[in-house]
Design a protein around this ligand. Sequence first.
Ligand code: 6GU
Length: 245
Amino acid sequence: MRWTVLTLFPEVFRPPWSAGLFGKAVEKGILEVDLVNYRDYAEGRHKVVDDTPFGGGSGMVIKVEPVARALLELRTKNPKVHVVLLTPQGALLNQAKVRRLCGHGHLALLCGRYEGVDERIRRLVDEELSIGDYVLSGGEPAAWVLMDAVSRLVPGVLGSEESVCEESFSEGSLLEYPQYTRPREHSGLEVPEILLSGDHQAIARWRRRQALLRTVRRRPELLESLSMTEEERTWLLEQERFEGD
Ligand code: 6GU
């Protein structure tokens, strides 16, 4: 998968993509990351990329021409590139959207500034996305979040393909069950006996129930899209009488 990040701060993207799993995937050629500074597409000696808003007001607005030139070049080289504008006004990113984006061979992320981008830039992109209901100073951290969420689904990026399908939000929308590793006891807190039993069927049932319980307690709205057996439903109702998770 190829990523093109259009940003005024390309240096922000180097560290996350040179380390860990993603660094390895880049080395292996599974992921490719191009950083484009749209300042390079600005005109004049001062390479101006932003300007004061028409109508007045505080802050600067990203100009349309440098972005238009950068995107024109990108689309000419690859007509199939899918261009995403990162903005708090975009549709909320979720795992379903992440899976859909994963189907594109080449994604271009356009990072805006929080003060705004010229409205006409919106016509040049394929979609607008936000990563949550809070305001960042720029789209760069949001682009990083999106790249992480999508890239880890690209085959070969994570160690095992299996771990991808088992986790939260993949199967219906269930949060993950509790995990433990050694030691068996820490400060009086013990690993649930069943996980040491070696009974794989019982463990699978316990995990499924814990995942359901955790979802009901923490994110009840996620359960709507989930199918449960009658037995699971009854068990959950029984648990509701107890506190904690
Ligand atoms: Cl994509 N950009 C900015 N500036 N703030 C955000 C965001 C994006 N998503 C949530 N907050």
